[in-house]
Design a protein around this ligand. Sequence first.
Ligand code: ZN
Length: 66
Amino acid sequence: MVFITNQKAVLYMGSDEKCTLCDGKIDHPYLAMKEWDIDGHLCGKCYSKKLSEFYPGEHERVNLSE
Ligand SMILES: [Zn+2]
């Protein structure tokens, strides 16, 4: 029972998290890189944006739909 409770807690924490940049709900939290000077987690969209801002040209293989 303890195991199940722990699992629930983790799931809840994950879904309750907000993006540091856009304050949107995070489905899958991304950890900001040290050199970005951002404290907290990012949503996938902001993470991709930051990547392309900081490392232009290096991430062309990332599939950005916008
Ligand atoms: Zn965001």
